[in-house]
Design a protein around this ligand. Structure first.
Ligand code: IDP
Ligand code: MG
Length: 140
């Protein structure tokens, strides 16, 4: 079964939206199989966002994502990566479709409330940054 990593980003945790966002993602039919709260250090943030190292927004992104606590979660299900990203909406909340999490809760293109892995392969790498295999607990 496909898995994907979700992060409720610092702007959303600070606005007490963690439960709402996790709840909306559960309503997609995907199953929550891991959950923890943490504050990223720069090392973890730079590993997580290493594909964006050369982008002009990288330093700002690292400052933002380390600025406060986040909620990390793993969801599992058929087509989990695409299902979760559809519920999240476009990167820029101003361009996100009605009814998506980023449309409703994103502040701007950086502080966009939520992260979801962009492929099954990326998901495998990202999940390992936050969870051991033993911490993934499929419900039966
Ligand atoms: P995604 O989160 O929709 O997959 P990515 O292009 O992978 O979008 O970018 C990762 C994160 O970097 C975004 O979620 C957002 O927080 C931030 N970001 C992306 N583009 C910009 C930008 O143009 N300015 C500032 N931050 C950005
Ligand atoms: Mg991405």
């Amino acid at each position: 079964m496909e898995k994907t990593l979700v992060l409720v980003k610092p702007d959303a945790v600070a606005r007490r939206l963690s439960g709402e966002i996790i709840g909306r993602l559960e309503k997609t039919g995907m199953t929550l199989v891991a959950l923890r709260m943490l504050q990223m250090d720069r090392g973890l943030a730079e590993r997580h966002y290493s594909p964006h190292r050369e982008r002009p927004f990288f330093d700002g992104l690292i400052n933002y994502i380390t600025s406060g606590p986040i909620v990390a979660a793993v969801f599992e299900g058929n087509d989990a990566v695409n299902t979760i990203r559809s519920a999240m909406g476009s990167t820029d909340p101003a361009k996100a479709s009605e009814g998506t999490i980023r449309k409703d809760y994103g502040i701007d293109i950086e502080r966009n409330a939520v992260h979801g892995s962009d492929s099954a392969q990326t998901a495998e790498q990202e999940i390992k940054l936050y969870f051991s295999d033993a911490e993934l607990l499929p419900c039966t």
